[in-house]
Design a protein around this ligand. Structure first.
Ligand SMILES: [Zn+2]
Length: 188
């Protein structure tokens, strides 16, 4: 792991609760840990992959924005941490993602579109996530996810429980969620 620059801790009041926030810079990517004051030794953790279109623009092509709000609400109440993992578009970046969306407009599904662009269905890596969990001394967590790959990818962390995060489908993301379930093994 390369040199990681770590910010001070600051308060972040949000629409959904009050958190602490700390930034971690890894090469050209900056990630966030957003966490509550009462962090247990086996907290609920959401590893949220950056999705600018879903998180900031309210895109209905995926369920990311709704999942992020749900995670903030749940963790504000129960205690825990969100790691905001800056690997946009399953780590194909915004140019890759918008190109994939253009192919989806022509009828390809999310996996086919990634493959046509020369990417794997999922290009994410999780070393920085383990680094951040280690930094907070967290060796066991309850992971808020539907994605078994995330559980398998955190090889050095004891996942004591999976907490589901299932959102209602809408007409624009129904097919996408179906592909996530049938081709990417998500537990929906
Ligand atoms: Zn998304």
């Amino acid at each position: 792991m390369r040199q990681i620059d770590i910010s001070q801790v600051a308060k972040l009041p949000t629409l959904y609760g009050i958190f602490n926030i700390q930034a971690f810079k890894e090469a050209d990517k900056e990630h966030l840990a957003i966490y509550t004051e009462n962090l247990s030794d086996n907290p609920i953790v959401r590893v949220h992959s950056e999705c600018l279109t879903g998180d900031a623009l309210g895109s209905k092509k995926c369920d990311c924005g709704e999942q992020l709000i749900y995670a903030q609400q749940l963790i504000a109440k129960e205690g825990g941490m969100i790691i905001y993992h800056r690997q946009e578009g399953r780590n194909i970046g915004l140019v890759g993602k918008v190109n994939a969306y253009a192919l989806q407009d022509k009828g390809l599904d999310t996996v086919e579109a990634n493959h046509q662009l020369g990417f794997k269905a999922d290009e994410r890596t999780y070393e920085i996530v383990e680094y951040i969990l280690n930094y907070f001394g967290l060796t066991k967590i309850q992971l808020l996810t539907n994605n078994p790959t995330k559980i398998e990818s955190l090889t050095n962390i004891d996942i004591t429980r999976r907490v589901p995060i299932v959102m209602d489908a809408n007409p624009y993301n129904r097919a996408y969620l179906q592909v996530k379930k049938e081709q990417m093994g998500h537990l929906l």
